[in-house]
Design a protein around this ligand. Structure first.
Ligand code: 9MR
Length: 359
């Protein structure tokens, strides 16, 4: 009898799916990640890259593309879906570069995060400097959203519909031409239009400076409650998580995400990087790894947190040194793609996460 039981147990051990030890989960980030969590990267191109002494990264750097495909199962066009890039003239759209990213994602079994539809920055001059009536401006935004979201219908997992709409004081940003001219109600319209254009895409609010509780997070929570109450198709809240070691570890992030999870929203980390004062030291690299782990742990601790995106994976193309000349080394790989301690920490954290979906 005992023998028979042992035989059954042995057979079951071979046949049944089991939870292997953490180290056994593949050697890339996407292999290490549990199935309920997408691990993504921004796809370098446009924006600050245009003034750098290298060719447009995504189309020209084969090794970069190889690593992007190997390590990640989600991609976010860093600039290629922003207004100035995709809608350079009032009656002309430039879909080519973003189409190439979407096709690459499809070939490599990756989802795409669309970024972004309603923002104060990187808008084309024809829009920012044009003279339009309120009705015209509203129809320009509506047409843009229907055209761009419609173009990628069924191919985008999540859209950052509204990006950085609040100031540090939790007030609507008046630099945002649509909010200034049309009032904050335009935010709800943007979500409604995006939903009509692609009913399957998850629609997000996205911002930086929401990694700790405060008035900005309060403003988002109030807005999220209002939108949900009005049955506006809002599906998620995202923290960009552009961190600097100057400002301390993001140790309250899980609590922030949980507040939105409690409203029934999905949550995501969309632009993670961790910059440090130069020069780099081993100690700083170790601290950086802890910050990365803290962000991943925050997402893993919240049921509906379904995606973590790094804002680039190599220092070769990072926006950080261009915008913060005294800081750098913010990504998980050096310029030559060698892996930093943070890379291994991210991989280990993903590999030791619970395997099963928590909802
Ligand atoms: O990484 C982007 C860089 O190439 C652009 O020059 C810059 C212009 O504002 O935008 C960067 O991406 C931003 C993102 O779209 C929104 N959150 C902040 C990011 C870093 O500035």
């Amino acid at each position: 009898m005992r023998k028979a039981i042992l035989a059954v147990v042995a057979a079951a051990a071979v046949l049944l799916p089991f939870a292997p030890p953490a180290q056994a989960h593949g050697s890339s980030l996407r292999d290490a990640a549990p199935r309920y969590l997408r691990i993504g990267s921004a796809v370098a191109g446009g924006g600050h890259h245009v003034d750098q002494p290298y060719p447009d990264p995504f189309p020209n750097d084969r090794e970069y593309r190889r690593i992007l495909a190997r390590e990640f199962d989600s991609v976010s066009p860093e600039n290629q879906m922003k207004w100035e890039f995709i809608h350079p003239e009032r009656h002309r759209y430039n879909f080519g570069p973003a189409d190439a990213i979407v096709a690459f994602a499809r070939r490599n079994g990756q989802v795409v995060r669309g970024h972004t539809l309603l923002w104060h920055s990187q808008n084309p001059a024809w829009l920012q400097e044009g003279t339009f009536t309120k009705a015209q401006l509203r129809s320009i935004l509506r047409e843009h959203i229907f055209t761009v979201v419609g173009h990628y219908r069924g191919k985008i997992q999540q859209w950052d519909v509204a990006n950085e709409i609040f100031t540090e004081n939790g007030e609507y940003r008046q630099e945002n031409i649509f909010i200034r001219e049309l009032g904050p109600g335009i935010v709800a319209d943007a979500f409604r239009w995006a939903h009509q254009a692609d009913p399957r895409a998850q629609l997000f609010l996205n911002d930086y400076g929401v990694e700790w509780p405060g008035v900005k997070v309060d403003a988002y929570e109030t807005l999220a409650r209002q939108l949900l109450q009005q049955r506006v198709p809002l599906h998620g809240f995202a923290s960009q998580a552009h961190l600097s070691m100057r400002y301390g570890a993001p140790d309250q992030l899980a609590g922030v995400l949980q507040r939105f999870d409690d409203l029934g929203l999905a949550t995501a980390i969309t632009e993670l990087d961790v910059r440090m004062d130069l020069p780099v030291t081993d100690e700083k690299l170790a601290t950086q790894a802890v910050y990365y782990r803290t962000v991943l742990d925050a997402c893993l601790a919240v049921d509906g947190c379904n995606s973590v995106t790094l804002w680039g994976f190599t220092d070769k193309y990072s926006w950080v040194p261009v915008f913060f000349p005294e800081e750098g080394a913010a990504t998980v790989m050096w310029e030559d793609f060698r892996k930093k301690p943070a890379y291994f920490t991210v991989r280990d954290t993903l590999a030791s996460a619970p395997r099963h979906h928590r909802r």
